[in-house]
Design a protein around this ligand. Structure first.
Ligand SMILES: Nc1nc2c(c(=O)[nH]1)N[C@H]1C(S)=C(S)[C@@H](COP(=O)(O)O)O[C@H]1N2
Ligand SMILES: [Mo]
Length: 427
């Protein structure tokens, strides 16, 4: 007993590596008496450290979700150049909807200055760069698909708020929704469009993050695969709002949401959901070795108060569990540790200081909230002394309103946040 106690104590002390561990007695864990194995030799802090991933995902390590035939980022460079998909030739059009359709629209949109390629008024890349001198903003955001559980990647996006770009159009009247789409091989069937309401675009609440036209990811030009040269980024939403290869903005007085995703039985105004996702791990673990649970917690508008885990012993007669089954709700659910913020100076691109990043306190350079809204953060737990047998370990987030995942929105149509699990056997 004593050797494992010592290593646990020294491990808790070693939490300065950025990931404290929670250690609990096996009996408390699985709700029964357990034989404690004394021969633990592996260093849990090393195991935890080996599980940790960088806070920033490099551009080419994101999981890709792109439509198109061919996919725009797979076009050869001269075709990319011809189609305005490189910085040198990129053009953005902004037009208004002249259409009236009773009872939905009574009056058409009017725009003082439209921006079109034919008139030679379309916005080009140098214009965005020039605007950046005054309006450039940066923030961290994780990209997550509405239809895929685990987030696709996380980066520092830089760009110009959409509200500043819309201001270039002068006086606009009767606009209730702002649509935008990207290059689609000139084939209307391939259009993938999305939208925000006028208010969401123009009236960013101070302290919240604006919808913006991103032209940098992690301090570098956005790659063709990530939607460069310019991509819309909508901070609070799933990936389908963050349109790649942006080329057209369309203002309309039709307030209905007609996003491409609305047609696929999705909720086209969904928010990112606070939810914990579980990393995979070894299937077999030697008795006496600590078990490291790790994963990412995504932070939606309702925030993340904590992440919890529950170990269930699986017996031959154990049944699969629903997320609302009594056995699952009962737990016991135990606390995980959230990984501390990284050393910002060493991970931010050159020229960007922590106090310039939106969501950070301008005077201290520290995030106003941890984990940060619309980003993801890693969590860990170290489980000691499980007796031999088969197990499942689950994790769930608790949001700032006290709701445990998958509440408060168990409908998976507005974001997948079912409780994930990992299986392993202690041998
Ligand atoms: N033009 C365009 N933009 C797009 C898509 C697309 O197919 N075409 N896919 C969207 C969806 S559904 C998601 S989840 C994200 C994925 O972003 P990523 O490939 O950079 O990870 O891009 C979004 N932007
Ligand atoms: Mo998606």
């Amino acid at each position: 007993m004593s050797s494992s106690k010592v290593s646990r104590r020294s491990f808790i002390k070693a939490s300065s590596i950025g990931a404290a561990a929670s250690s609990v007695e096996a009996s408390r864990l699985i709700g029964q008496d357990a034989t404690i194995n004394v021969s633990s030799t592996a260093k849990p802090e090393k195991l935890v450290a080996s599980k940790l991933k960088p806070f920033i995902t490099p551009d080419d390590n994101f999981v890709d979700v792109s439509r198109g035939d061919p996919k725009p980022h797979q076009l050869p460079i001269d075709k990319l150049t011809e189609e305005g998909l490189v910085q040198e030739t990129w053009k953005l059009e902004i037009t208004g909807d002249p259409f009236v359709e009773l009872p939905h629209t009574k009056v058409p949109t009017s725009i003082e200055k439209s921006m079109t390629i034919t008139d030679g008024t379309a916005i080009d890349f140098p214009t965005l760069v020039e605007m950046g001198k005054e309006h450039e903003v940066y923030y961290f955001k994780a990209m997550q698909c509405l239809n895929i559980q685990t987030p696709l990647g996380q980066g520092l996006w830089s760009g110009i708020p959409l509200r500043n770009v819309i201001k270039l159009c002068g006086k606009i009247k009767n606009v209730r929704r702002i649509y935008y789409w990207g290059f689609h091989n000139h084939d209307l069937k391939q259009i993938f469009k999305s939208s925000v309401s006028y208010g969401q675009c123009m009236e960013t609440p101070p302290g919240d993050l604006p919808v913006f036209l991103a032209y940098k990811l992690n301090g570098k030009p956005i790659s063709p695969e990530r939607g460069g040269p310019v991509r819309m980024v909508v901070p609070w939403s799933h990936g389908y709002k963050s349109i790649k290869w942006l080329q057209h903005i369309f203002l309309t007085n039709d307030a209905r949401n007609n996003d491409s995703y609305a047609h696929g039985n999705n909720d086209p105004d969904s928010f990112l959901k606070s939810a914990a996702y579980v990393d995979s791990g070894p299937e077999k673990i030697q008795a006496g070795e600590p078990i490291v649970l790790s994963g990412q917690v995504m932070v939606g508008p309702s925030g993340v108060k904590s992440v919890e885990y529950w170990v269930r012993e699986v017996k031959p007669d154990s049944k699969p569990l629903n997320d609302d089954s009594e056995e699952l709700l009962k737990g016991p659910w135990l606390p995980c540790s959230l990984v501390d913020p990284p050393h910002w100076e060493s991970i931010l691109p050159e020229g960007v200081k922590p106090n310039q990043v939106l969501g950070f306190d301008p005077s201290t350079g520290k995030p106003l909230q941890w984990p940060m809204k619309y980003s993801m953060c890693q969590y860990t737990a170290v489980i000691f002394d499980l007796p031999t047998g088969k197990y499942e370990v689950r994790a769930r987030s608790i949001d700032l309103n006290g709701f445990a995942q998958p509440e408060p929105r168990p409908s998976q149509k507005n974001g997948k946040n079912a409780i994930q699990l990992r299986r392993f056997e202690v041998v």
